[in-house]
Design a protein around this ligand. Structure first.
Ligand code: HRO
Length: 312
């Protein structure tokens, strides 16, 4: 029996659980079109702000054999560009479109969500609570009270289903506290775990220098560096959230890591660093590796193993 990678969630049908992580191949219309034309099961835009932004000075992305560090600083075309893309997008392709929002303030997020609500499009917003790279702006997801207030305010202006992109958490008490905050918001229907691990530092031995320019070299880590942290966050939020979906992101560069994320409870998974390095061919490769793994294990559908991690 052939392996079936399709999934159905929030009324969306996807042929594959893989899509791009916000920030990679999604700043420009052409990049989004390339993801849509690939084997990806969905696509998401770059996090947008009210006004277009150039982002931080370069170099602002660097990859190593273990992953990546970035301090892009939210370069984007401004929300009208992505909303226009969402208005013109061909939803009949069967690939859901997610729009990532990362206002510089709660009011900016509310303004954008109100505008999105007015358009009544079939795309879904993922509100980024975790950008680590805007100098002077802490990640909202690390402030539980501010996150609770933001979710409350968002629900007042946007009564439709939405999701949030969370930073990684590292303490069991924080998983519990954040889950309580998230569970209190009814129309929050999915959480994406994790954004990059904020404010890492990669050092070049030869030049004895940081490898990226912004913030003295501090930036968000992605790729293999973050896989165990991402899996822990997916697993814990899958256990702790009521009737919400968890989307896995972090350290997926083959079918094996996609399998692990789904085993830990991810409904779908996003590819960041690997997509940046390899391009859209990563989707078909990872998809066929995931199919091979499932076939070898005798699994026919994602539901055969989703969330079924064994513990000792
Ligand atoms: O643009 C960025 O610097 C950026 C964003 Cl918004 C984010 O959410 N995560 C990240 O690693 N980089």
């Amino acid at each position: 029996m052939a392996v079936d990678l399709s999934l159905s969630w929030l009324g969306l049908e996807m042929e594959s659980p893989l899509y791009n992580a916000s920030g990679v191949m999604c700043r420009l219309r052409e990049e989004l079109d390339a993801v849509a034309a690939s084997a990806a099961g969905a696509l998401i835009t770059k996090s947008c702000t009210l006004e277009a932004r150039e982002g931080n000075p370069e170099p602002r992305y660097f990859s190593t054999p273990m992953g990546s560090i970035n301090s892009m600083g939210l370069p984007n075309q401004g929300y009208p560009y992505y909303f226009q893309y969402a208005a013109e997008y061909d939803y009949s392709t069967g690939k859901p479109l997610f729009v990532s929002l990362s206002g510089m303030s709660l009011q900016d997020n509310l303004t954008m969500l109100q505008a999105l609500d007015d358009l009544q499009l079939p795309c879904l917003p993922e509100v980024n609570l975790s950008c680590p790279n805007v100098p002077g702006k802490p990640q909202l997801g690390y402030d539980f009270a501010a996150t609770a207030a933001a979710l409350c305010a968002i629900s007042r202006v946007y009564a439709r289903p939405f999701g949030v992109k969370l930073p990684p958490y590292f303490d069991v008490a924080h998983f519990t506290q954040m889950a309580e905050v998230l569970n209190a918001c009814e129309n929050l229907r999915f959480v994406t775990c994790i954004n990059s691990i904020g404010n890492g530092l990669v050092v070049d031995m030869d030049s004895e220098s940081a490898v990226i320019k912004p913030k003295g070299g501090l930036g968000g880590l992605g790729g293999a560096y973050v896989l165990p942290t991402a899996l822990a966050n997916v697993r814990e939020f899958s256990r702790l959230l009521d009737h919400k979906y968890v989307i896995g992101c972090g350290g997926i560069d083959s079918g094996a890591e996609a399998f692990m994320h789904i085993l830990c409870g991810a409904t779908a998974v996003q590819i960041g660093t690997c997509l940046h390095e390899e391009g859209v061919g990563a989707f078909s490769r990872i998809q066929s590796e995931l199919s091979d793994i499932m076939e070898a294990k005798g699994y026919h559908a994602l539901t055969d193993f989703r969330g079924k991690l064994k513990t000792l």
